[in-house]
Design a protein around this ligand. Structure first.
Ligand code: ATP
Ligand code: MG
Length: 696
C-alpha cells in the first residue's frame, strides 16, 4: 500500500465487516444474506491483511464464482492499493496450474478444451446404441456433469443417489464411451481440469509442495455453491494448513443441480472447530421494500436470514401481468426506454430471466427501441479479436498524435469507427452484435476517462486493466440469466417470466427442485438496489390461451409486501394495487421524478447534469481557485495510489464541489458520485480545501 493506512481500509466497513477484515489468520466463516457486503468484507480483509504484513499478496488466492466477479474483485483490490493477488474462478485457477505442471505430467501436448459436452455425448450415445435427440443429449450431459462434479466414476454410478435420464447400466456404458472418445481425441471437458489438478497434487509430492509453496492464504466467495470436486481441490490446495476464509449465503444456493451443497458452508465449523464465525446482518444494496419482498419469498420456503435494509425507503416492487410473452417483452422495453429517457443510465438496468431461451425476445425488442444491451458479459474480453484490433489501432494513434485531453472521447470514437463502430447497435443478434458490444465497452471506458486522460494515458490504462483482466463494462442494459447474475447488482431490475412453469420451471417436480427455484427467485429479487419490476405473461403466444398463472412464489405473499407496509412504510397506494393487470406495458410509470435543475427547474437528464445539480448551459458560479486546488489534490492522491485520476473523483464531481462549496460531510455526501466509501476516504481533505477558501 502506498498511501492508505490500515484505518483507511477499515473505515468503509461496519462493525461485523470490520471483524471479518481483522480476522487475518486462521479459518474464518462468514454467513450472511444477499447484499450485506460479504464480497466487500473479504476484499477489504485481503487488503488489510496485506497492509498489515499478515499475508503476502503473491501467495494469496481468492476464488470467486464467475470471471466477471473475479474481474470486479481485482479492480476493487487495485483501488485499495493491493497488487499481486490471484483472483480466479476454481476453473481458471486449476487450469493455470495444470498448464504450468503439464510438462511434468505428460509428454503429449496440452489437450484441447471442449466448450460443450454435447457433440461427444451424442457420439457416446450412438456408440452405446441409444437413439437420441437434442433433449436427451442435454439431459445426459447434465448427468455426466453431475457425476464428475460429485466425483462419481462409472464404477460408482449404480450406487449414486440420482435418477438418471437413462437406465443406470446403459448410462454407465455411455459414461465410459464418453471418457474414451475424449481421451482418444486428446480433449478435456470442464470438470477434467479440476479432476486432473486434484490428482496431480494427490499423487505427485513435488507438485503438492510446489502448490503449497505458491499459495498460503485462501478466500472463497459464494461458498454455498461449492461442489464436491471443487471442495476436494480446495482441501488439496490447503493441505494441513487452515488459512482459509469462506463466505456465503445458504439461501443463494442455486447450483445444487450440479452437485453443489451449502453443507460445506453450514458445516465448515465442524471441519474447523476453531474458525472465527461472523454473520453480517445489514443489507446495503436493497431498499426496505425490496428486502421485504426477498424475505417474504425466501421465508415462504424455510428458515433463512432476514435481510435488514440500510437504505432509504423507495418504491414497492411492482408486479405486472401481460397478455403474452411478446407483450411482456414490448412492455418491459417500453418501461426501460422511459427510465433511460428520465435519466437512468442504461448500465443501471438489468433484465433477468430463468433460462437463456427467454432472452431472444428481449434482445429484439430492446434493439428495436434503440436501447444498447450487453449479453455475454465480459468473458475473455481482452482476447476478443475486435478488442485486440481496436487496442492496436488506439496504440498506433497514441504514438502519432499529440492530443488535447478534452478530445479523448472523440478521438477514440474516430479510431473505433475505423473498425466498424457505430453509435447505434446493429439490428439483430449474432457475431455483429457481439463485436459491437465489445467496442461499446471500450467507448464507454473512454467516456468515463475523458476528463483527465490523454490517448496515451488511455492506452496505458487499457494495458493495466488487461494485465489484471479487468474488462470494462459497457453503458448498456444487461440481459442475463439469474444464474449468471449471481453476486452482481443493478439499481433497477426487471425480473421477467415470473409465472408457474417458468419460475419455478416446469421440470422442477420435486420439493427440493422447487426450493432451488425459490432460491433463484430470491437471488433475482436481491440483485435490485432501488427498483424491482416483476412481470409475467398469461399466454405464451399472441392470441394463445391464457393458461399461465403468477408464480406461487409471489401469489401467497402478505399484501404488505406490495404496498410497502411490511417494509415499515405507510402505504402510498391502495392495498394490493401493485399487482397490476395490464396488457399495455403497465411498468412505465415513473416512481420518482428526475431531479430538477437548481437554476431553471427543468428535469435533469444526463448523469453529469445530475451530479452538478443543474443543466450544463445554466449559469452557475464556480470557485475557480477551489476547483484548481481540488485538481492538484486529486493528482497527488491518484499518483500516490497509482490509479487514474477519475477513480479518485471525476472532473464533474470536483466541479460540483467547487460550485456548491459544502462545509460539512452531509453537504458533501449530497453530491452524486460521493458515496460512503469516498466520503470516508477523502471527505475531510476535500472539506479542508473548501473551508480554507471560505476562511472558516
Ligand atoms: P451477494 O450476496 O449478492 O453476493 P454481498 O453480500 O457480497 O452480496 P456486496 O456485493 O459486497 O454484498 O455489497 C452489496 C452492496 O452494498 C455493494 O454495493 C457494496 O458496496 C455495498 N456495501 C456493503 N457494505 C457497505 C458498507 N459498510 N457501507 C456502504 N456500502 C456497503
Ligand atoms: Mg457477493
Amino acid at each position: 500500500m502506498e498511501n492508505a493506512d490500515g484505518r483507511d481500509i477499515l473505515a468503509g466497513l461496519d462493525d461485523e465487516q470490520r471483524a471479518v477484515a481483522l480476522a487475518v489468520s486462521g479459518p474464518v466463516r462468514v454467513l450472511a444474506g444477499a447484499g450485506t457486503g460479504k464480497t466487500r468484507a473479504i476484499t477489504h480483509r485481503i487488503a488489510y491483511s496485506v497492509h498489515e504484513g499478515a499475508s503476502d499478496p503473491e501467495k494469496t488466492l481468492a476464488v470467486t464464482f464467475t470471471n466477471r466477479a473475479a474481474g470486479e474483485m481485482r479492480h476493487r483490490l487495485r483501488v485499495l492499493g493491493v497488487q499481486g493477488v490471484q483472483v480466479r474462478t476454481f476453473h481458471s485457477a486449476a487450469l493455470r496450474q495444470l498448464r504450468y505442471f503439464w510438462p511434468q505430467l505428460s509428454n503429449s501436448i496440452f489437450p484441447e478444451l471442449m466448450s460443450s459436452k454435447a457433440p461427444l455425448v451424442a457420439r457416446a450415445l450412438s456408440f452405446s446404441k441409444v437413439d437420441s435427440d437434442s433433449a436427451l443429449v442435454r439431459d445426459v450431459s447434465g448427468d455426466i456433469e453431475w457425476c464428475k462434479s460429485n466425483m462419481i466414476d462409472s464404477a460408482l454410478v449404480a450406487k449414486a443417489k440420482r435418477d438418471f435420464t437413462i437406465d443406470t447400466a446403459t448410462f454407465t456404458k455411455v459414461l465410459d464411451a464418453y471418457e474414451q472418445i475424449k481421451k482418444d481425441r486428446n480433449l478435456l471437458d470442464f470438470e477434467d481440469i479440476l479432476v486432473l489438478m486434484a490428482a496431480a497434487i494427490r499423487t505427485r509430492p513435488h507438485i503438492e509442495s510446489a502448490v503449497h509453496a505458491a499459495y498460503r492464504w485462501f478466500t472463497v466467495d459464494e461458498f454455498q455453491d461449492v461442489n464436491p470436486l471443487q471442495k476436494n481441490l480446495l482441501d488439496l490446495w490447503l493441505g494441513e494448513r487452515d488459512d482459509l476464509c469462506v463466505v456465503g449465503d445458504p439461501s443463494q444456493t442455486i447450483y445444487s443441480f450440479t452437485g453443489a451443497s451449502s453443507q460445506y458452508l453450514t458445516q465448515f465449523v465442524q471441519q474447523y472447530p476453531t474458525a472465527t464465525r461472523i454473520e453480517l446482518v445489514r443489507c446495503y444494496r436493497c431498499t426496505p421494500e425490496i428486502t421485504a419482498m426477498a424475505n417474504a419469498v425466501i421465508h415462504g420456503g424455510r428458515d433463512a436470514v432476514t435481510l435488514r435494509s440500510q437504505r432509504d425507503s423507495g418504491a414497492p416492487p411492482k408486479v405486472t401481468a401481460y397478455a403474452d410473452d411478446n407483450d411482456e417483452a414490448a412492455g418491459v422495453a417500453q418501461s426501460i426506454k422511459a427510465l433511460i429517457g428520465g435519466g437512468t443510465p442504461a448500465a443501471d438496468i438489468a433484465v433477468l430471466f430463468r433460462i437463456n431461451a427467454q432472452s431472444a425476445e428481449y434482445e429484439t425488442e430492446l434493439s428495436q427501441a434503440h436501447i444498447p444491451i450487453v449479453l455475454r458479459g465480459t468473458e475473455r474480453f481482452f482476447d476478443r479479436p475486435e478488442v485486440k484490433k481496436a487496442i492496436m489501432l488506439l496504440r498506433g494513434d497514441a504514438k502519432n498524435s499529440a492530443l488535447a485531453p478534452d478530445s479523448l472521447t472523440e478521438h477514440v470514437r474516430d479510431v473505433l469507427s475505423g473498425t466498424g463502430w457505430t453509435p447505434e447497435p446493429p439490428r439483430g443478434t449474432g457475431a455483429m452484435r457481439e463485436k459491437w458490444e465489445s467496442l461499446l465497452a471500450l467507448m464507454t471506458m473512454a467516456e468515463e476517462c475523458s476528463d483527465s486522460m490523454t490517448l496515451a494515458d488511455f492506452v496505458a490504462e487499457i494495458d493495466l486493466r488487461a494485465s489484471v483482466e479487468h474488462a470494462p463494462g459497457a453503458s448498456a442494459v444487461t440481459l442475463a440469466s439469474i444464474h449468471s447474475a449471481k453476486g452482481l447488482e443493478w439499481p433497477v431490475v426487471f425480473l421477467i417470466g415470473c409465472s408457474e412453469g417458468l419460475l419455478p420451471l416446469s421440470y422442477a417436480d420435486t420439493d427440493d427442485a422447487v426450493e432451488e427455484e425459490r432460491r433463484l427467485a430470491y437471488v433475482g429479487i436481491s440483485r435490485a438496489g432501488r427498483e424491482l419490476n416483476i412481470s409475467w405473461a398469461k399466454a405464451r403466444t399472441p392470441g394463445g390461451k391464457s393458461t399461465r398463472s403468477l408464480s406461487r412464489f409471489f401469489t401467497d405473499l402478505a399484501p404488505g409486501v406490495f404496498d410497502g407496509t411490511l417494509a415499515g412504510i405507510a402505504p402510498r397506494h391502495g392495498k394490493g394495487s401493485f399487482i397490476a393487470g395490464s396488457s399495455q406495458g403497465g411498468g412505465t410509470r415513473k416512481r420518482s421524478g428526475p431531479k430538477p435543475c437548481r437554476v431553471c427547474g427543468k428535469a435533469l437528464v444526463t448523469p453529469g447534469e445530475r451530479t452538478l445539480g443543474h443543466c450544463t448551459n445554466c449559469p452557475v458560479s464556480i470557485n475557480e481557485s477551489v476547483f484548481e486546488q481540488l485538481r492538484e489534490w486529486r493528482k497527488e492522491r491518484s499518483t500516490q495510489k497509482s490509479v487514474p485520476a477519475y477513480i479518485v473523483f471525476t472532473d464533474v464531481t470536483l466541479t460540483a464541489v467547487a460550485e456548491q462549496m459544502p462545509t460539512d460531510l452531509d453537504g458533501l455526501s449530497a453530491i452524486p458520485g460521493i458515496g460512503p466509501a469516498k466520503l470516508t476516504e477523502y471527505g475531510d481533505e476535500v472539506l479542508a480545501i473548501v473551508a480554507a477558501a471560505l476562511d472558516i
